[in-house]
Design a binder for this molecule. Sequence first.
Ligand code: FAD
Ligand code: SF4
Length: 509
Amino acid sequence: GPRLRLILGDQLNAQHRWFGEVDDATIYVLMEVRQETDYVLHHAQKILAIFAAMRALARQLRAAGHKLHYLAIDDARNLQSIPANIDALAAQYRATAVEYQEPDEWRLDQQLYLHGRRSPIPWLMVDSDHFYTTRNGAADIFMGRKQWLMEFFYRRMRVEHQVLMDDSTKPLGGQWNFDHDNRKPWRGVPAEPADARALHDHSALWKTIVGAGVKSFGNPKADRFAWALDREEALHQLDAFIDNALPQFGDFQDAMSAKAWRLFHSLLSFALNVKMLNPREVVARAEAAYQAGRAPLAAVEGFIRQILGWREYVRGVYWANMPGYAEKNFFGHTRALPGWFWDGKTRMNCLSHAITQSLEQAHAHHIQRLMVIGNFALLAGLDPAQVHRWYLGVYIDAFEWVELPNTVGMSQFADGGLLATKPYVSSAAYIDRMGDYCKGCHYDKKLRVGERACPFNALYWDFFQRNAATLERNPRIGMVYRQLAKMDEAEIADFQRQARSVTGNLDSL
Ligand code: FAD
Ligand code: SF4
């Protein structure tokens, strides 16, 4: 009998070694299942993008001569669970073996492993041919260390893969990190590059998804769908990014603006995470742009660090901490998300913008995720598990292996500081410095107390005050505690009262 080869929805790598030759004894299997649409409430665009991209890959593989069985969401024979469908197909085709690529999510890895072990035919897992490191790569590098410094990992990666190196051990430009040059606000010049993504009409597929009963949130934009759905489109987007945005990527990496939602970011995370693009080719293109004198080193280094550094590193953090990472709650926060996480309707201009954009585009850039939404969630004491589920659902690029360490670790400090050397929180001052949100805001960025006071301010001081016992000795936040020490009791009581009033009225901010 033939062997079945399962391709998961985030394994759309047309260059995988599997497809090197056409083999009549192999049947590729792709399936759209409720198991995957329903494990969290997803943004409409995320479901649509994954299904449409799966369908595109299936067409491409069939055209290349591969045998393939595609189970659509509305197929009457679809059992809506991956193992159940595989068992049924194995019986139908009298398959003698099942193969699958290493899943990136713990939940799927467990499910397939446990099911395969009980199956009468062998189940074999192969590499997904995607990442630089193995699942345990980071754990090996950090063996026995309490804190996992990304920078340490990143330098090892630069040397190991000889990226932006002068000779085999020295970094190009004599520096590993150009972050100091990379922290500029954006005042409108140069203009935001045009959105390079092609628009498609996926209304018919969207109808099928809704008709099958799949629940979702956010704007589907089905008739003007913008995410790259195959390798060719993703490569086009990569080219446009390298030419038009990479030169400014460094300068405006941390900038925020109500007038520009993408700024100089690549919007490549979806294509990368579903494996239409390989991180090596993205890194190589950026490095080549520097070598050709088309982008400055600071921008290229900053961009490469996100992919060769952060992306691989968070994956290692994930595998070293699963299962159980999603339940971490260092500060014991328990508040529910305010309702405006689902409609963007708050008078806080920064949050209204970042959330409305997330619902419209299924995307927000890093600083919106970290220093607006995540910052507020941590200061307001929102339950990190709920915050995690919101992030996992809303973003087009959200797959647990990358979303969870970023949300629970980096943004909510819920792991007690494994990834982050200090909690990423700020008062209004930082948000005002890096963007233009405060100008149009109902609240006053300068005030700490009173009706018009920016909620971030009192929450910020209250956060450090109530967590003094655990955070005071952290040398990276010594400044905050020196300032607190200078405040008198009345000042402290004032911001505490204000913070209580804010957290008591989250829904009406
Ligand atoms: P660019 O700014 O152009 O960066 C280039 C690439 O670098 C990205 O495509 C991405 O692959 C990689 N990258 C950048 N930052 C990170 C990071 N911190 N961790 C891992 N890879 C990174 N990224 C996801 O891919 N999926 C998520 O679910 C996700 N959740 C996040 C949640 C929070 C709370 C935070 C703070 C960050 C999260 N990130 C996540 C990281 C980052 O915000 C996104 O990768 C980025 O915004 C994607 O947009 P882009 O492709 O334009 O990125
Ligand atoms: Fe956000 Fe406060 Fe600025 Fe308003 S004043 S945009 S709430 S930081």
